[in-house]
Design a protein around this ligand. Sequence first.
Ligand SMILES: [Zn+2]
Length: 236
Amino acid sequence: MPLDLLALAAHRDDVEQTCGGTLLKMAERGHRTGILDLTQGEMGTRGSVEERAHEAAEAARILKASWRHALDIPDGRVENTWENRLKVVRVLREQRPRVLILPYWEGRHPDHYTASMLGYEAAFISGLAKLPLEGSAHRPFKIIYASLYRDVRPTFLVDITGQFETRMASIMAYKSQFTDQQAGSGIFPAQKEIRARVEAMARYYGMLGGVTYAEPFVQKEIGLVEDLLAIPVKSI
Ligand SMILES: [Zn+2]
């Protein structure tokens, strides 16, 4: 059974932080959602790969995702190579999502913006029938970019007011990362601070959309409207 929507990100817990509420909302609407993590987190200051795998599975359960998988691309060294593109193509051809969520294409962390380019190029070549790879050609219909990590004006928001608390629980499922502890206490904020930050960002975007909490996205294409009377977000 194909996925309706696949979110791709460099690291376990990126999807929870940038578009977890949206994934949950889509699952609640009956769509099949999936998460592809490019790396397994072996470079993390806190937690082991095994712990992070358990936490990622728990977070996926909380977000009602139908499918989650982590590739074996080295953590901290996500490169847009032919070999890595083929790894993503195998997933796209197998899971056949209609909508693909990628990280925004600029960012502080090289793994994040590289994952964006890698995901886009994989989605393109996945549609080439003559690509010497198993599985029939498939190209997602729509690619959108989760832009929460980057200070850019989103082109649209998803209202996650009803999903906010559960999405917060999916972030806190990464106990090795986000519970208060000694390791990395100089660089990791305390749990209370994380909650405040996540809430502030969701509130900010919510305010832009006239709702309580929202997640930001960018699409490269133009918006298309059927009924002018149904356009949301008040002007004045
Ligand atoms: Zn990340």
